[in-house]
Design a protein around this ligand. Sequence first.
Ligand code: NAD
Ligand code: TDX
Length: 342
Amino acid sequence: MNIIVTGGAGFIGSNFVFHMLNKYPDYRIVCLDCLTYAGNLSTLEPVMDNPNFRFVKESITDREAVYKLFEEEHPDMVVNFAAESHVDRSIENPEVFLDTNIKGTAVLMDACRKYGIKRYHQVSTDEVYGDLPLDRPDLFFTEETPIHTSSPYSSSKAGADLLVLAYHRTYGLPVTISRCSNNYGPYHFPEKLIPLMIANALNDKPLPVYGEGLNVRDWLYVEDHCKAIDLIIHNGRVGEVYNVGGHNEKTNIEIVKIICKELGKPESLITHVEDRKGHDMRYAIDPTKIHNELGWLPETKFEDGIKKTIQWYLDNKEWWETIISGEYQNYYEKMYANREEI
Ligand code: NAD
Ligand code: TDX
């Protein structure tokens, strides 16, 4: 089996590359990643010498480069993680989100049509369903929940999902889609809530919680997401959407307090800052379909996963310190300087 994994130098994609090379020693994994600010080649260093692995630095929006890669590799499957993934950045500048997340997806699927493919898998997000109200804990996102997006990021992901389903219906492309809740774990880029709070707390810097911090996210350990995608690409039904989530809802403020406690840092570091525009209140996945059809269940409990994650950031300071000492400084200053404390 030869699989092109796009976005494999990012957070979830790299964890998926490790999972697949480890579990299937006879598979070839080709990582296609253009190394944006979020892609990090050092993350893939442990597998660079693996004869079953190849890294190709190109953009999924570059049609010529993508077609050339298909001619060289004749992939059996494509798993598309490549995306602009940060909601706050999409609020500042939506354009690149449309290019990568929508156009890039179309280019990959055009290549699949032209050269043939056994499976095209789109890694999507629960954010395409919009949000749920805090006072209705009985409600969850199912695969039938209408698409109803809030941010330019989630709109671009929803646009891509619709294209994927259209390519299935119109051209018969063998597609699947997974819509997962918030992931956490090793190699999570420090602009996102959990790694940002760990890095700031370790540096005794303020912990900027948007608004009151009562927004709810449904956290899943990244390895459990990778296992879900592994099951879907092998056993999932073509043309289907699978929601992935572990019934692990937490408010942001709870998360930040857990991190303070684990690191022995005072909660006085927490500062409440101006809220995110259009901030989704609650995400919560109903994973019944993937459980019933494919037998998937999350394996890592949050109490264990967050401890493992914090330990990883303590053991791999060089990885994230290199990131936050570079261009990321400018991003942080720009994004957080004008967020007034409230
Ligand atoms: P990330 O930002 O950490 O990584 C994205 C990767 O894609 C980077 O390596 C980047 O260099 C690469 N990339 C970006 N534009 C590219 C392009 N034009 N061509 C080739 N490569 C490109 O993202 P992540 O958090 O690992 O998310 C991966 C996927 O999973 C995304 O599609 C995202 O929408 C989805 N997702 C993420 C979460 C989450 O909690 N992080 C949850 C559900 C779904
Ligand atoms: O500094 C912060 N302070 C804060 O309060 C940051 C960075 C975030 N937050 C809040 C906003 C959200 O309510 O924490 C919550 C989580 O924020 P993010 O880590 O930015 O994640 P989110 O917006 O929920 O989106 C993530 O999950 C779904 C991923 O980034 C997406 O790619 C994925 O699709």
